[in-house]
Design a protein around this ligand. Structure first.
Ligand code: PLP
Length: 386
C-alpha cells in the first residue's frame, strides 16, 4: 500500500487522544476529572431527543436532499434573522454532519500548493491539519494574550499576499475563549476591500456562548463581504448535541453548488432523524440553553479565579465558549509536560496549548464543561501537585 504524501500531513485533535488515555486510566481504576474535552456535560434537551425519536417513528429513514431538508434550512434562516439580524436564503445553506465538514470543504475549495491560508493560532487544530493536507501554506494569525486572545486586524492585513486564498476567523474562540472586539472585525473587513479575491471562513460555532453581556459579532452582518463569506455554525455546543453530528454552513451564491457537490461526494446527507431534531432545537423552548449558559458562566468566574490563585498561573478573563486558557510559564514547566503530569499524577485531564499551534506554547486549555464540584476538586489536586 502506498498512501499519498498528502495524508501524511494530516494532523489530529489532541482532545481525542487525551480522552482515550483518560478512559484507559479510568478502566485501571484511577479517578480522573476530565477538563480536556470540549463538549457540554449536559444532556440534549428532552424535546429535541423526542423530536428525533418521533422522526424515526414517522418513517424518516431515507436519504434527504444533500443540502438538508427544506424546513430545517428555513429554520436556520429564521434563527439567523433573529439572532444576527440578517436575511439569508435557505438556498445558501447546507446542513452538515457537524461543524468540522464546513472547514474541511472550505479548505479543500481554496487550498492547493502555492497558495496561502491564514488561520488562528492558538486555534482549533483541524484548521492547520486540513491546510497542510491541501498543500497550501499555513500562515498563523497570532491571537494575543494581551488582547484577550483576539486578532489584530493590522497584523492580519499585513499577512495577506497575492497567494492568500482564504482567511479563517473564530470568535468566540477555541482554545482560548477569546472574543475579537467589533472594532477589529470592522477594521479587517474594511481592509479586505483591497483584496477582493480573498475568501473568509468565519467559524461561529460558539456564537451563543458569550458572557458578561457581550454580543456576538457575526461576519454575516457585513454585506460588503457576503459574496465571499462562508459561515460555520451548528448544534453541537449550543444544544449539547456533539454526538448527533449536526451543523450548518452559509455559503455565498458562487460557492453553493460546489458545496452541495462536496456534500454529495462526502456524506450524501445528514441522517434524517437528526435533521428533525435540529428543527425542534431551533424552534422549541430555549430555556435549557439558558440554564446551561448560566451554569457555564458560574463555572467560568470560579475557574478563572481559582487558576489565577495557582502559583505560576495567569489566566485571562475568557469572554466566550467554555474554555479557560491560562499562561503557565511562571511554573517553569512546559505545557506538554504539565498536561502529562496533571493527567498521570493528579488525575486531571487538560490539553497542552501547543496542541493548538506554536503560539499556544506556555498555555494549558481547561474546558469548564464539568461540574463546579469537579472543577474545584481538579484545581485542588493541581495546587497540591504544584
Ligand atoms: N469549530 C470549533 C472552533 C470547535 O471548537 C469545534 C469543536 O470542538 C468545531 C468547530 C467542530 O464542531 P463539531 O463537533 O460540530 O464538528
Amino acid at each position: 500500500m502506498i498512501p499519498t504524501d498528502a495524508v501524511s500531513r494530516l494532523g489530529t485533535e489532541s482532545a481525542f487522544s487525551v480522552l482515550a488515555r483518560a478512559a484507559e486510566l479510568q478502566r485501571e481504576g484511577k479517578d480522573i476529572i476530565n477538563l480536556g474535552i470540549g463538549q457540554p456535560d449536559f444532556p440534549t434537551p428532552d424535546h429535541i431527543v423526542e423530536a428525533g425519536i418521533k422522526a424515526l417513528r414517522d418513517g424518516h429513514h431515507g436519504y434527504t436532499p444533500a443540502k438538508g431538508i427544506l424546513p430545517l434550512r428555513e429554520a436556520v434562516c429564521a434563527d439567523i434573522a433573529k439572532r444576527r439580524g440578517v436575511e439569508v436564503s435557505p438556498e445558501n445553506i447546507t446542513i452538515m454532519p457537524g461543524g468540522k465538514p464546513t472547514m474541511f470543504f472550505s479548505i479543500l475549495m481554496f487550498g492547493s500548493p502555492g497558495t496561502e491560508i491564514i488561520y488562528p493560532d492558538p486555534g482549533f487544530p483541524i484548521y492547520r491539519s486540513m491546510i497542510e493536507y491541501s498543500g497550501a501554506t499555513p500562515i498563523p494569525m497570532t491571537l494575543h494574550e494581551d488582547r484577550d486572545f483576539g486578532f489584530s486586524a493590522d497584523e492580519v492585513l499585513n499577512q495577506i499576499t497575492a497567494k492568500t486564498r482564504l482567511i479563517i476567523v473564530n470568535s468566540p474562540g477555541n482554545p482560548t475563549g477569546g472574543v475579537t472586539p467589533k472594532s477589529e472585525v470592522e477594521k479587517l473587513i474594511a481592509g479586505l476591500a483591497d483584496w477582493p479575491d480573498v475568501a473568509i471562513m468565519s467559524d461561529e460555532i460558539y456564537s451563543r456562548m458569550l458572557y458578561g453581556g457581550r454580543e456576538h459579532v457575526s461576519f454575516l452582518a457585513y454585506p460588503e463581504i457576503r459574496d465571499r463569506l462562508i459561515v460555520l455554525d451548528g448544534w453541537s455546543k449550543t444544544y449539547a448535541m456533539t454526538g448527533w453530528r449536526l451543523g450548518y454552513a452559509v455559503w455565498p451564491g458562487k460557492l453553493i453548488d460546489l458545496a452541495e457537490r462536496f456534500c454529495v461526494n462526502a456524506h450524501s446527507c445528514v441522517n434524517a432523524a437528526t435533521q428533525y431534531a435540529g428543527i425542534a432545537a431551533l424552534e422549541g423552548p430555549q430555556d435549557a440553553v439558558d440554564v446551561m449558559m448560566k451554569a457555564f458562566d458560574e463555572r467560568r468566574v470560579a475557574i478563572v479565579k481559582m487558576l489565577n490563585d495557582l502559583p505560576g498561573f495567569r489566566c485571562a478573563d475568557a469572554a466566550g465558549a467554555f474554555y479557560a486558557f491560562p499562561n503557565i510559564e511562571g511554573t517553569g514547566i512546559d505545557a506538554k509536560t504539565m498536561q502529562t503530569r496533571l493527567l498521570e499524577e493528579a488525575g486531571v485531564a487538560t490539553i497542552a496549548g501547543t496542541s493548538f499551534g506554536v503560539n499556544g506554547d506556555g498555555f494549558l486549555r481547561f474546558s469548564y464543561a464539568n461540574s463546579l464540584e469537579n472543577i474545584e476538586a481538579a484545581i485542588g489536586r493541581i495546587g497540591k501537585l504544584l
